[in-house]
Design a protein around this ligand. Structure first.
Ligand code: DOR
Ligand code: ZN
Ligand code: ZN
Length: 423
């Protein structure tokens, strides 16, 4: 089976390509990229006016499968991914049970292969049961297909355990993905600490709760020589700490979510539980700092922290509502919005969404190079559309962006040469 995609603007940061040309796919593999390809294709796609990019890669999805399939499962979550132009994602281990052993890892991988609309690369937990007491069997989990370790959802409280995690993971050349949060400083807060929290009468989570933890993780990475990836940086201080760590040669990378570079804690007004997540939406100064970090290369990837929750878990008093929002289907337009606003270039955006995340977890994706598996997004950058929660592929509808006017969308998502989504 041969597919020829014609006349699109190919943006392939991994190979430093940005030009209008054609892409030929044969048996699920990219076999040629160039102008005026003539081939006897079974299918020809006219991509005039569209971007042809590697399929997007999300380093931070909660698929909820096994155990919480009423929120999301591997089928619905990967369908949401495909609708957002995402062809590969890593799934966090805070499932029920936790992905801390080979059996769960194998279940996720085989289920995704059989029924999924995207490649799924599991992240295993750092500690057994995410209890912060005993390290998981990292070697075995890597051999089983996991690409990193994280207790995301909760911090690893013990510095000693985290030290050993860095040392142990590094012997397998695997990154530690940290959810950086000092729970004693969070102290039961439910939104960002600041004037809005005061006005709403909600207990705040101060920036120092994130920065203190980010600082410890960077120091532990520096001390052990291990590899650190900081999840969802949301504060000015965290961005600065990563910037300084990189300057000292620490092996640290980080990601930012679309909600943290788009919204401030003002979105919580009205006790909007769809604006409640962890880390919380921060101040304008923090949003500006995250944007500056994306622009100057301090932040390596845009990732969703796609966290589906049932309506009943959000339709409660703010302080007790679950943390998190769905993000797979809004990541692309919100990232393109940064381009529109002149914060980053289009090439930077595509790189933050493809080749850079691929590099962090060491997968052979995020490239349109000849010989690469044909995971491709066809993006209409000019398409204006209304984002509606009820239209989401995800089982859960917890988004603060419903009703937003978006610009830019994936119009076709191709996974190993097969179309998995068409708009
Ligand atoms: O907002 C969040 N949702 N933050 C987390 O740390 C966990 C996640 C979830 O699993 O729902
Ligand atoms: Zn987290
Ligand atoms: Zn998360």
């Amino acid at each position: 089976m041969k597919t020829l995609i014609k006349n699109g603007r190919v943006i392939d940061p991994a190979n430093k390509i940005d030009s209008v040309c054609d892409v030929l796919i044969d048996s699920g593999v990219i076999t040629e990229v160039g102008v005026n390809i003539t081939a006897n294709a079974d299918e020809t796609i006219d991509a005039t006016g569209l971007l042809i990019t590697p399929g997007l890669i999300d380093l931070h999805t909660h698929l909820r499968d096994p155990g919480q399939e009423y929120k999301e499962d591997i089928i619905s979550g990967t369908r949401a991914a495909a609708a957002g132009g995402v062809t590969s994602l890593t799934c966090m281990p805070n499932t029920t049970p936790v992905n801390d052993c080979l059996a769960i890892t194998k279940y996720i991988i085989s289920r995704a292969k059989e029924e999924g609309s995207a490649n799924v690369f599991p992240i295993a937990s750092i500690s057994k049961g995410m209890k912060g007491e005993i390290l998981s069997e990292m070697g075995e989990l890597k051999a089983g297909g996991c690409v990193g370790f994280s207790d995301d959802g909760v911090p690893v409280v013990s510095g000693e355990l985290m030290r050993r995690a860095f040392e142990y993971a590094d012997t397998f050349d695997m990154p530690i993905l940290t959810h950086a949060e000092d729970l004693t400083l969070v102290a039961g807060g439910s939104m960002n600490d600041g004037p809005v929290a005061t006005e709403l009468g909600l207990k705040g989570i101060p920036w120092v709760a994130e920065d203190a933890a980010t600082s410890r993780e960077i120091m532990l990475a520096e001390f052990t020589g291990g590899r650190l990836h900081v999840c969802h940086v949301s504060t000015k201080g965290s961005v600065d700490l990563v910037r300084q760590g990189k300057a000292r040669g620490v092996r640290v990378t980080c990601e930012a979510t679309p909600h943290h570079f788009t919204l401030t804690d003002e979105a919580v007004r009205g006790y909007n539980t769809n604006a409640k997540m962890n880390p919380p939406l921060r101040s304008q100064e923090d949003v500006d700092a995250v944007r500056a970090g994306l622009a100057d290369g301090t932040i390596d990837a845009i990732a969703t922290d796609h966290a589906p929750h049932h309506y009943d878990e959000k339709n409660v008093e703010f302080a007790v509502a679950m943390n998190g929002i769905v993000g797979l289907e809004s990541m692309l337009p919100l990232s393109l919005n940064l381009v529109e606003e002149g914060v980053i270039t289009l090439n930077q955006a595509i790189s933050l969404l493809t080749s850079q995340p691929a590099q962090i977890i060491g997968i052979d994706r995020g490239t349109l190079g000849v010989g690469a598996i044909a995971d491709i997004a066809l993006i209409d950058p000019a398409l204006e559309w209304e984002f509606k929660a009820e239209n989401l592929q995800s089982k859960s509808k917890n988004t603060p962006f419903s009703g937003w006017k978006m610009k830019g969308a994936a119009v076709k998502t191709i996974l190993a040469g097969k179309t998995v989504y068409s708009r």
